[in-house]
Design a binder for this molecule. Sequence first.
Ligand code: ADP
Ligand code: TYD
Length: 209
Amino acid sequence: MSARRARFITVEGIDGAGKSTHLEWLAAQLRALGHSLLVSREPGGTELGERLRELVLHADMDVETETLIMFAARREHMARVILPALAAGQWVLCDRFSDASFAYQGGGKGVAHDKLSTLERWVQGDFGPDLTLLFDIPTEQARSRLAAARSPDRFEREGQAFFERVRDAYLKRAAAQPERFVVIDASRGIEAIQEQIGDEIRQRFTPDV
Ligand code: ADP
Ligand code: TYD
């Protein structure tokens, strides 16, 4: 009998793209298929990681400090939560991972790609997501969705030019790793997006789904 391998799936995109909305839907789908599933988020995912999240989302700090905190929280999350869950056969669905550091700290704030790659390799070695769903949306549309939904944190208060750079950085990273990424046109209605996500999951992970 072939072993069913647990998968690590991440969702990415600029703030307001719809990640949280679709992550909840995908989690329900995977659970309905009988998978044991861990849903987590970054920065966060551990007790220490959530404390670091609180700091990094609300305290003013140097951008390199911010980058190091993101990766420190990620190391804790990966080593203590994600890898043990996968080893135990649990699927892991995570709201953001390293691609967010490349997009926000790299694209958005200008941290050098080499530094980010060094941290990625240090923290993760060869480990990374099996699949990344990138929710892509024009920045103005994301902004108006967010304005209707919640009050902004330190990142969400950045201007439109910042989010344009973040969006471009995500798209470049997706183009460079097409086998891992699925770029989803998140400007569409929720049903069309869910249909695409369902198709992708079946295509990639059958017979394990
Ligand atoms: P993110 O997690 O990417 O910041 P959310 O999932 O919180 O985004 O979505 C932001 C807001 O946009 C929420 O109010 C959500 O209900 C709404 N929303 C999400 N996806 C869509 C969509 N496809 N069409 C219209 N509204 C959406
Ligand atoms: P998120 O959980 O998507 O925010 P919310 O709960 O408001 O939907 O992410 C929090 C913020 O952290 C988001 O603006 C992006 C930012 N972020 C980075 O800048 N770098 C990173 O490596 C990660 C994981 C997140």
